[in-house]
Design a protein around this ligand. Structure first.
Ligand code: NAD
Length: 328
């Protein structure tokens, strides 16, 4: 029997890669996918070009906060993989209303409809940012949530609401918390594509504070692998951390990007005032996903980064209009 999956935010960076992977030649088959996406500034139908004519793909332009629409859609779907969100920390610092609306209210709207229609599985895609900041060591899934930015707080709220639907009503909810994703098709406001595209244009890159903030980098292929493992083999009501295994300071990352783009530090790097409340370090402990699900990040960072730089070099037509529109 064909499993009908509603993928929210499937026109964004990670959601579109998930859909392309599910419907691609190595996908599991026996699946029909409906993408529900509001096409905000970050949503781009071109991200789905590769699978646009796939007979088992449907696209619905709509808002996850629209209870009537969500209710209608969930009556016809077996599972939900929920990516839709306002996702950029810097924007949440300028104004958090859209973050609370989409990330909190939108998630609750989906969960309510999922419960009403007895949806089989609900994978809620979250972030390591919900744990806060950690100087040494790594967070296991049992660590308390201590989010700092409005974005992280909105995601932490939605995690708790999702888990509450499991504990209160028995809905099969699974939560993933991943580290920083990178790869092709990422909106060029996020640090890796912003720096690459600036460098390709001979512009400077803005480095926050002292450049010492540490992030763990996860290639989208590995993230999609992790989400699929959680969807197919994870346990209801459980949280799974998904990391990439490459920790770098922003300074180290910048040096690698400069090298890949043939630019040098002195002419291309501009230190700028630090992001307000900038978390110093994120680090997830992925032992649970490893031991329970066999999750293992496979993409070597040097290879993944070189492929990403090449993609942006070869796909100016994709990112130039986005940067112009967003005045980046
Ligand atoms: P993205 O910003 O590239 O895409 C978000 C998508 O959601 C867009 O297509 C947008 O149009 C859609 N959307 C926004 N509001 C909507 C609404 N109200 N109704 C319907 N659709 C709406 O984000 P991304 O980087 O692909 O992130 C996907 C998910 O992964 C998010 O939940 C994010 O919090 C999480 N996440 C991302 C990262 C990362 O490094 N990018 C890291 C950890 C977690």
């Amino acid at each position: 029997m064909t499993t009908r999956i509603l993928v929210t935010g499937g026109a964004g960076f990670i959601g579109s890669h998930y859909v392309r992977t599910l419907l691609g030649p190595a996908g599991p088959g026996e699946l029909a996918v409906t993408v529900l996406d509001a096409l905000t500034y970050a949503g781009n139908p071109a991200n789905l070009d590769e699978v646009r004519d796939h007979p088992r793909l449907a696209f619905v332009k709509g808002d996850i906060c629209d209870g009537e629409l969500v209710n209608e859609l969930l009556a016809e779907h077996d599972e939900v993989v929920h990516f839709a969100a306002e996702s950029h920390v810097d924007r949440s610092i300028l104004g958090a209303t859209d973050f609370i609306r989409t990330n909190v209210l939108g998630t609750q709207t989906l969960l309510d409809a999922a419960l009403r229609h007895e949806v089989g599985r609900f994978v809620h895609v979250s972030t390591d940012e919900v744990y806060g900041s950690i100087d040494t060591g790594s967070w296991p899934e049992t660590d308390p949530l201590s989010p700092n930015s409005p974005y992280a707080a909105s995601k932490a709220s939605s995690d708790l609401i999702a888990l509450a639907q499991h504990r209160t009503h028995g809905l099969d909810v699974r939560v993933t918390r991943c580290s920083n994703n990178y790869g092709h098709h990422q909106f060029p406001e996020k640090v890796i594509p912003l720096f690459i595209t600036n460098l390709l244009d001979g512009r400077k890159v803005p480095l926050y504070g002292d450049g010492g903030n540490v992030r763990d980098w996860l290639h989208i292929d590995d993230h999609v692998q992790g989400i699929e493992l959680v969807r197919t083999n994870g346990r209801p009501g459980e949280v799974y951390n998904i990391g990439g295994g490459t920790e770098l300071t922003n300074k180290e990352l910048t040096a690698l990007l400069l090298e890949a783009c043939g630019a040098d530090w002195d002419t291309s790097v501009e230190y700028v005032t630090d992001r307000k409340g900038h978390d110093r370090r994120y680090s997830v402990d992925c032992r649970k996903a490893r031991t329970e699900l066999g999750y293992e990040p496979r993409k070597d960072f040097a290879t993944g980064l070189a492929e990403t730089v090449r993609w942006y070099r070869e796909n100016r037509a994709w990112w130039e209009p986005l940067k112009e529109r967003a005045a980046l």
